[in-house]
Design a protein around this ligand. Structure first.
Ligand code: GUN
Ligand code: ZN
Length: 447
């Protein structure tokens, strides 16, 4: 059998396009945080980045017969990292007229109860993973539901795409309907079993997932700390300081606490690999504790606007030195698209009198998100040896983008137009470990 080109090239492939990635936070490093090749080449070998640089320099160095995919006219960025969303809320996205606590009661718990059924869970998980890929998201930190079946379903769907995904069973043993409630000890045992089965399997990771402090007993929060101590490397995800009524409730339930965040601190749940969604109504002491412990914040602008929760203070988080990622928070959030989410992040910052620069926005959606998850040694930019997860953006996705970009003079201007005007239509392709896991035109021609 004649050797095919992939074998002869040692499983190497190359992708030619304009290439953009980050080596650090533009808020700290300015333009030095940016790497940009106007006519670039991304070389992938065995699913990892072998090299990224100017096409003119790298093309002659490729092994003979290396396939070169011509994405000229497009932009290649590292795959987006979504640091907070709920796959089981896919079907209640865009539910009308309620703020957090009422929204949970009216829509969310009833929907999540359906995920006791493995067939339903598998169907939604399959759609959800495709929707992430269709939006250029290659890594996500995901809430399942309180049912172990729901965790099995999302991990299986991600594994089928070789996607880097972290998820966990929701832990909640009070103040929620019985159909979505567990017990402190039952939740602990179920989490332990799921960690054993899934954490570190391929590209998957497990997150201990207390829903939020008011829906867990003190015993359950204590056992969350024990799970983390017993399983180094496992993640934690939860919600904090999202809504004023929620905060008042926490103050009643934990009268000894200094603040909402202090409840988690008390149980040892502020630490590296812990990601807290929202973090809107925090004070300087809270932010200081997050920075000191290495916990991260997920900024979820579409959700914070949709549920009327408030405005995240990105500047205060940065000044305190806290890790920040971007979360779509589907289905309190209103879009799977990180581009739409960056647009809303910009607007939230405007309302707070702050400017979110396009470079920082795309940093947060890529390397910043990776650093929030302590995965920046594996993903987040195109350093040699990193996993080759990337998104191919189409600057000509819509007539309006074409017109606006015709006026843009710099890369920064073009990135800004893409985040303000772009959405799923601007995702030309999404590659996971080098492989095209989703391609817009291929999809369009099939449907
Ligand atoms: N707080 C507790 N549960 C949830 C949830 O499902 N969504 C949001 N946005 N906040 C929460
Ligand atoms: Zn959430």
């Amino acid at each position: 059998m004649p050797a095919n080109s992939v074998d002869r090239a040692g499983n190497t492939a190359a992708f030619r396009a304009e290439i953009v990635d980050f080596v650090g936070d533009p808020a700290m490093l300015g333009d030095a945080a940016l790497r940009h090749h106007a006519d670039g080449l991304l070389v992938v070998r065995g699913g990892k980045v072998a090299n990224a640089g100017p096409a003119v320099a790298l093309l002659p160095t490729l092994p003979r017969d290396t396939p070169v995919v011509d994405y000229r006219g497009k932009l290649i960025l590292p795959g987006f990292v979504d640091t907070h969303l709920h796959y089981a809320q896919t079907d209640i996205i865009a539910s009308y007229g309620a703020q957090l606590l009422e929204w949970l009661e009216r829509y969310t718990f009833a929907e999540e109860a359906r995920f006791a059924d493995p067939i339903h869970a598998a169907e939604v998980a399959g759609f959800f993973v495709q929707e992430l890929l269709r939006n250029g998201t290659t890594t996500a930190l995901v809430f399942a539901t309180t049912h172990a079946t729901s965790v099995e379903a999302i991990f299986a769907a991600a594994e089928a795409e070789s996607m880097r995904l972290i998820a966990g069973k929701v832990l909640t043993d009070r103040h929620v309907p019985e159909a979505v409630r567990d017990t402190a000890d039952g939740g602990y045992e179920a989490s332990k079993a799921l960690i054993g089965r899934w954490h570190g399997r391929g590209r998957l990771g497990y997150a201990v997932t207390p829903r939020f402090a008011p829906a867990s007993t003190e015993r359950q929060l204590e056992l969350c700390g024990r799970l983390l101590d017993e399983h180094p490397g496992v993640f934690l995800q939860s919600h904090v300081a999202e809504n004023r009524n929620e905060i008042a409730w926490v103050a009643e339930l934990f009268p000894w606490s200094r603040s909402y965040l202090d409840v988690y601190d008390h149980y040892g749940l502020l630490r590296e690999r812990a990601v807290y969604a929202h973090c809107i109504h925090l004070d300087a002491t809270d932010r200081g504790r997050m920075a000191a412990t290495g916990a991260a914040m997920a900024f979820c602008p579409t959700s914070n606007l949709f549920l009327g929760s408030g405005l995240f203070d990105a500047q205060a988080a940065r000044e305190a030195g806290v890790r920040v990622g971007i979360g779509t928070d589907v289905g309190g959030g209103t879009s799977f698209s990180m581009l739409r989410t960056l647009d809303e992040a910009y607007k939230v910052s405007q309302l707070a009198g702050q400017k979110l620069s396009p470079l920082r926005a795309f940093y947060l959606a890529t390397l910043g998100g990776a650093a929030s998850l302590y995965l920046d040694d594996r993903i987040g930019n195109f350093d040699a040896g990193k996993e080759a997860d990337f998104v191919v953006l189409d600057p000509a996705a819509t007539p309006l983008l074409v017109r606006r970009l015709a006026r843009a003079e710099t890369l920064v201007e073009r990135l800004f137009a893409l985040m303000v005007l772009g959405d799923d239509r601007a995702i030309y392709a999404t590659h996971v470990l080098g492989r095209a896991a989703w391609a817009r035109d291929h999809h369009l021609s099939r449907s």
